[in-house]
Design a protein around this ligand. Structure first.
Ligand SMILES: [Zn+2]
Length: 56
C-alpha cells in the first residue's frame, strides 16, 4: 500500500480547497478506514477501492 504522501506526489490523489483528500481518477473524497493491523490510518476511495496509508 502506498502512502498518502507518495500518492499526492505522484498525482493519484489531491487535496481540495478544504484540504480534504480525493481520488484524482474518480473525483471522490477518500474515506477513513479503521484497520487495526495497519500502522497509521488507512484512507480509501469509495469508488475504486484503492487504499493509501496515512502516517501520523
Ligand atoms: Zn478512486
Amino acid at each position: 500500500m502506498d502512502s498518502v504522501r507518495r500518492a499526492l506526489r505522484e498525482g493519484e490523489i489531491s487535496k481540495d480547497m478544504y484540504e480534504r483528500l480525493e481520488c484524482v481518477e474518480c473525483e471522490e473524497q477518500l474515506v477513513t478506514k479503521n484497520e487495526p493491523d495497519e500502522v497509521g490510518t488507512v484512507r480509501a476511495c469509495p469508488e475504486c477501492g484503492t487504499k493509501w496509508r496515512q502516517l501520523p
